[in-house]
Design a protein around this ligand. Structure first.
Ligand code: AMP
Ligand code: GLY
Length: 433
């Protein structure tokens, strides 16, 4: 069996690791991959966004199936192009990927299908958007409709900040076409949870939820990032009430969303990621993504060791159908700490030599994200999030401590990492129940 993996981040390294773990003899080709993935397979220097070159690569490599990590190739229609050529691939078509790539499309879909989500208005005119901001009142959220590299959402504490965000997007064109349409959205309060559903368009399997940490610094301070850490399980959602809540989400979010996508002639196949806000009035959808989360995947897949996630994805890609299976549970706890480059998130510095820990403890995995080999063969930083350090242990506290202490041993100039990943979960577990 041979698989082609598209992408070269920590998420793709974790996916490669999981596929190999499920099938020891699997041949892995990655485009472009990274030095971590290179220990599991062959990396080919083709960019994840170069759809035509990826089609040519697949036609010469002839993998049994292809797995797409990031959203950019999905948005660019890689699945459509592969299917035209009869090449099995896991992921949604460009039209279905709009559930992530157009927040305007996703919001309208949710409203039409009755999926619980924050009230919002779509605007292209700055004066009308500001009028909406004043009507909604602060705090209020202003979102660029298109893909803006994770920076397109402004949670404004004041009306003035929200108006500035509107001007940045609609008047100054700060996010280009991605910000030519904005959503003005009601502010929601609650804990967030990342929920993953593997789907063939009609049926689905719910993977256990994870939580990530978006802010750069300890105590949830500093700027928003792509994610500085993640963990699973989320005990809040493992109680009887939590399980009932998740079953409710399948009925109120997943089923109607997949149905609405089919009715629009855009059946969604692949991994549907629902970012939820657990508000006092029940779970509401913050956003959908059309692919695995990063860094949630780096925690979730080691947590799901022994669960045939890869076989399910291959069945969706090759047979177009998900086999009947019960929703899996993880057996222990997994905590991921991201080690990021100097200057992340605004201007990550590259080229800093990295020293990895000499010995990695049992149950700890180092997933490469932004790393490269320099001309002398030294491992150097090559992106914002450099490594994801995942620890799996029999208790949450042990996983948390192992992830933190191993992350501390990943050394390079200007490295940044949080020492408090999982603090919410740790506090919850300390509370008498
Ligand atoms: P998104 O890119 O849509 O995931 O948004 C990034 C982050 O902004 C989310 O993870 C939330 O923390 C926050 N956010 C987005 N929309 C809202 C909202 N309506 N109310 C409160 N926070 C929000
Ligand atoms: N960690 C959030 C995301 O992948 O979008």
């Amino acid at each position: 069996m041979k698989v082609l993996i598209i992408g070269g981040g920590g998420r793709e390294h974790a996916l490669a690791w999981k596929l190999r773990r499920e099938e020891a003899g699997l041949e892995i080709v990655a485009a472009p991959g990274n030095p971590g993935i290179a220990q599991l397979g062959r990396c080919v220097p083709v960019a994840a966004s170069d759809v035509e070159a990826l089609v040519a690569l697949a036609e010469s490599e002839r993998p049994d199936w292809t797995l797409v990590g990031p959203e950019a190739p999905l948005a660019a229609g890689i699945v459509d192009r592969f299917r035209e050529r009869g090449l099995p691939i896991f992921g949604p078509t460009a039209a279905a990927a709009e559930i992530e790539t157009s927040k305007a499309f996703a919001k309208q879909l949710m409203v039409d299908a009755g999926v619980p989500t924050a009230r919002a208005e779509l605007h292209t005119d700055a004066a009308a958007a500001k009028e909406a901001v004043r009507r909604f009142g602060a705090p209020v959220v202003v979102k660029a409709s298109g893909l803006a590299a994770g920076k397109g959402v402004i949670v404004a504490q004041t009306v003035e900040d929200a108006e500035r965000a509107v001007d940045f997007m609609l008047v100054e064109g700060g996010f280009g076409v991605a910000g030519a349409e904005v959503l003005v959205e009601e502010f929601m309060v609650g804990e967030e949870a990342s929920c993953f559903f593997l789907t063939d368009g009609t049926s689905w399997i719910a993977l256990p939820p994870a939580q990530d940490h978006k802010r750069l610094e300890d105590h949830d301070r500093g700027p928003n990032t792509g994610g500085m850490g993640a963990y699973a399980p989320v005990s809040l959602l493992e109680t009887d009430d939590g399980r009932a809540l998740l079953a409710g989400v399948e009925r109120s979010v997943v089923e109607p969303t997949l149905r609405a996508m089919r009715e629009r002639g855009r059946p969604f196949t692949g991994l549907l990621y629902a970012g939820l806000m657990l508000t006092p009035d029940g779970p509401q959808v913050v956003e959908f993504n059309c692919r695995f989360g990063d860094p949630e995947t780096q925690a979730l897949l080691p947590f799901l060791d022994g669960v045939p996630v890869g076989a399910w994805m291959r069945a969706i890609a090759v047979d177009g159908e998900l086999p009947a299976a019960a929703a899996p549970g993880g057996s222990s706890a997994a905590v991921t700490t991201v080690v990021a480059a100097a200057g992340y998130p605004d201007r990550p510095r590259t080229g800093d030599p990295i020293a990895l820990p000499e010995q990695v403890p049992e149950g700890v995995y180092l997933f490469h994200a932004g790393t490269a080999l320099d001309p002398d063969g030294r491992l150097v930083t090559a992106g914002g999030r450099v490594l994801a350090v995942t620890a799996v242990a029999d208790t949450f506290e042990r996983a948390r401590a192992l992830s933190r202490t191993t992350a501390a041993q990943v050394q390079f100039a200007g490295r940044q990492y949080r020492t408090d990943i999982g603090w919410r979960e740790a506090e919850r577990r300390r509370e008498p129940s």
